[in-house]
Design a protein around this ligand. Structure first.
Ligand SMILES: C[S@@+](CC[C@H](N)C(=O)[O-])C[C@H]1O[C@@H](n2cnc3c(N)ncnc32)[C@H](O)[C@@H]1O
Length: 204
């Protein structure tokens, strides 16, 4: 069992310690197929933000599509890991706290993977509120959600699971769901409970 000094995932130090020690069980190390499939169906290039990007494996793929992409993470060690993977894109990989970060250009798509579930349940509503602030009407949050409706499952995290009811309650004020697919090729840390979802920002 790996022992860590920092036990609070709301602090950058929690993530620094894990990146520095190479303990990143959430790291897929590749672009997830569901993201590739989704982008195949899009005509237009997007202006995309990746909050809590970690290694940011998706960055190179999305840039190749012609998208404008910014990846942010508040952990300096995570930023170092992403910049090591994409040394020619360091200016797109920014050390910033998601709750404070103001994008230089308007974003119309936010890519979510293992960020919402990395944070304790009590700050989920702040994440969703910030997504809603950052996106225009019809802007999208796309990505992977750790959803588990089994009442017997552990509530410990990260990753912190949520029920579909909890997720819907969080999102419904500002978003409508357009896609919801079970993911079969999940990493062990997500226990087969990941779903690919697309949420559209409500508004005129
Ligand atoms: C479980 S990792 C997921 C990393 C990446 N999205 C992936 O799929 O591999 C969660 C990441 O969110 C980052 N993070 C947590 N809170 C953050 C915040 N308030 N602002 C920016 N990044 C944050 C952590 O530093 C960490 O890199």
């Amino acid at each position: 069992m790996t022992e860590f000094a920092n036990r609070d995932p709301r602090q950058a130090g929690f993530w620094d310690e894990r990146f520095e020690r190479g303990f990143t069980p959430w790291n897929r190390g590749a672009v997830p197929p569901a993201l590739i499939e989704y982008t195949n169906g899009l005509q237009d290039a997007q202006t995309c933000l990746i909050p809590g990007c970690g290694h940011a494996h998706e960055l190179g793929f999305l840039l190749q599509l012609g998208w404008e992409v910014t990846a942010i993470d508040f952990s300096p060690a995570a930023v170092d890991a992403a910049r090591a993977l994409f040394p020619s894109e360091v200016e797109r990989i920014i050390e910033a706290d998601f709750f404070q970060y103001v994008p230089a250009t308007n974003v119309n798509l936010i890519y979510e993977r293992a960020f919402l579930c990395a944070l304790p349940p009590e700050i989920r509503a702040q994440v969703v509120a910030r997504w809603a602030q950052l996106l225009p009407a019809k802007g999208k949050v796309i990505g992977f959600f750790f959803v588990d409706d089994d009442p017997a499952s552990s509530k410990k995290g990260p990753p912190f699971r949520m029920t579909s009811q909890e997720l819907n309650a969080l999102m419904r004020q500002d978003f409508v769901r357009l896609e919801d697919l079970a993911i079969t090729d999940t990493l062990p840390v997500f226990e087969g409970k990941e779903r690919w979802q697309v949420w559209e920002r409500l508004g005129d």
